[in-house]
Write a protein that binds this ligand. Structure first.
Ligand code: FAD
Ligand code: NAD
Length: 471
């Protein structure tokens, strides 16, 4: 490559990790190129993850509400029909608007966007197979690996994205399946189970552990969530493992085994969603060409400054350590560019919120009660149910609670767990409080507007060191 082609930073992957780093690098005046093979920017999150799932969750919730929850509110509706094709169109419009928006931001910040598949030719040179045919190469003083993750396959069950689907197929089904089985009761499983159950499918979630929600969800909250989702019509088989499957016939067959004794049985479904986790994606990246190692779970190994064993090659997002979340990838993307440009950056991994966008939503930040118990850390709990919150009552939306956990000596906040209508927005306050090292009393003495759901947050804080007023 000639001198002119050398960039300060070459990024492989245009997902949240890669595109945010590219924009930030452009803003910092670095000469930057971002290689993405998908044909659109935004990665899993914008194309087949966060965004399309939230579109389907929002609109299926509206549909379900109109079907089942209007009469007692004094609204009589006539003939309600589902137009699945239009529901999918609305989703596609949100996705394309956002992915094009990122492309616009690339132009605005002087980022060169290379459409193709990147692989290491050497420690500084990336070869690109262009989507339009042909090949080019780009040389970087610094290189950032941001190639993300993919669905973990279920051994022996071939994914066709029609009958046996990952989340990608589950976001684009052409008709509502009569029977759907979801393997894995983590966040993907529960969000997609909610969508298709609301639209009329009979959904069963099979989960290996004795708790839904995947890692990190507080057990007390997970139990409430399960009870509410069951009331909505989703069936659960916990402590149950899918051992094998067969997707060759008209129906998909699954052999399941109760993890603790119990009876083995065979289940049948029109559609099976495999949602047993995601794994780092490095296929075709040519890591072997430079002798870059992965850990036993396929993650790129990095130090605290996101450096691989080659100090100029760094890595952020789903393809390396930490929770596979878009906002975690985004924080790392900003920090990694700051390391490159200024030599310092920071992400507080103890303070990354999680949200499950079911109805009601479940959101948390910091430590769960079971984490603290396991670590032998003393703690004090304050809770407040939405059934005692005035706004939740006027909205006829009283399911759920706020649970706050603080240090019994110092009252410093250790964790916040919310299940309720607006939990995903409300958790921002808990995250800020945790980040600032607030005590529960700091929150309780902060004036909260009335009538809002956020008052439940304040009252849970009051209950942590003293007593709530309204419960
Ligand atoms: P990705 O988004 O996977 O992006 C990596 C990109 O790199 C991809 O576009 C890929 O095409 C490209 N690439 C890979 N290899 C190459 C190569 N060799 N050359 C060129 N390009 C390459 N997280 C949340 O925080 N909130 C949510 O609500 C949420 N919902 C989700 C719903 C679903 C159904 C799924 C599947 C995930 C969801 N996530 C959510 C997780 C979130 O999508 C990921 O954490 C996030 O996308 C990670 O960003 P990333 O940039 O590291 O990887
Ligand atoms: P997950 O790890 O959260 O959950 C997978 C579940 O499958 C676990 O509970 C596990 O015990 C279970 N399981 C594994 N093997 C099984 C088997 N053979 N039979 C039955 N159950 C089995 O993974 P996920 O739900 O696939 O999500 C992947 C990633 O995407 C997560 O890191 C998640 O945070 C992220 N994501 C986030 C959001 C969000 O933030 N709203 C939404 C979707 C996905």
């Amino acid at each position: 490559a000639t001198e002119a082609e050398e960039k300060d930073l070459v990024i492989i992957g245009g997902g949240v990790a890669g595109y945010v780093a590219a924009i930030k690098a452009g803003q910092e005046g670095l000469k930057v190129a971002c290689i993405e093979k998908r044909g659109t920017l935004g990665g899993t999150c914008l194309n087949v993850g966060c965004i399309p799932s939230k579109s389907l969750l929002n609109n299926s919730h509206l549909y379900h509400t109109i079907m089942h929850d209007t009469k007692n509110r004094g609204i009589e509706v006539g003939d309600v029909k589902l137009n699945l094709a239009q529901l999918m169109n609305a989703k596609d419009t949100s996705v394309s608007g956002l992915t094009k928006g990122v492309e616009f931001l690339f132009k605005k910040n002087g980022v060169e966007y290379i459409k193709g598949t990147g692989s290491f030719a050497s420690e500084h040179e990336i070869k690109v197979q262009l989507n339009d045919g042909g090949e080019t190469s780009v040389v970087g003083k610094n290189i950032l690996i941001a190639t993300g993750s993919e669905a973990t396959p279920f051994p022996g069950l071939e994914i066709d994205e029609k009958k046996v689907v990952t989340s990608t197929g589950a976001l684009a089904l052409e008709k509502v399946p009569e029977k759907m089985v979801v393997i894995g009761g983590g966040i993907i499983g529960l969000e997609m189970a909610s969508v298709w159950s609301r639209l009329g499918a009979k959904v069963t979630v099979v989960e290996f552990l004795n708790q839904i929600g995947g890692p990190g969800m507080d057990t007390e909250i997970a139990k409430q969530a399960q009870k509410i989702l069951k009331k909505q019509g989703i069936e659960f088989k916990l402590s149950t493992k899918v051992v094998s499957g067969d997707g060759s016939g008209e129906k998909v067959k699954l052999d399941i085994d109760a993890a603790k004794g119990g009876k083995a049985e065979t289940m049948e479904a029109d559609v099976v969603l495999v949602a047993i986790g995601r794994r780092p994606y490095t296929a075709g990246l040519g890591l072997e060409n430079i002798g870059m190692e992965l850990d036993e779970r396929g993650r790129v190994i990095i130090d605290q400054e996101y450096r691989t064993k080659f100090p100029h090659i760094r890595c952020v997002g789903d393809v390396t350590f930490g929770p596979m979340l878009a906002h975690k990838a985004e924080e790392e993307a900003v920090a990694v560019v700051e390391y490159i440009k200024k030599g310092y950056g920071h992400v507080n991994y103890g303070c990354i919120p999680s949200v499950m966008y079911t109805y009601p939503e479940v959101a948390w930040v910091g430590q769960s009660e079971q984490d603290l118990k396991k670590a032998g850390t003393p703690y004090r709990i304050g809770t407040f149910p939405f059934s005692a919150n005035s706004r939740a009552k006027t909205n006829l939306d009283t399911d759920g609670m706020v649970k706050m956990i603080a240090d019994p000596e110092t009252d410093r906040l250790l964790g916040v767990h919310i299940i309720g209508a607006n939990a995903g927005e409300m958790i921002a306050e808990g995250t800020l409080a945790l980040e600032y090292g607030a005590s529960s009393e700091d929150i309780a003495r902060t004036c909260h507007a009335h009538p809002t759901l956020a008052e439940a947050f304040k009252e849970a804080a009051m209950a942590t060191y003293s007593k709530a007023i309204h419960f």
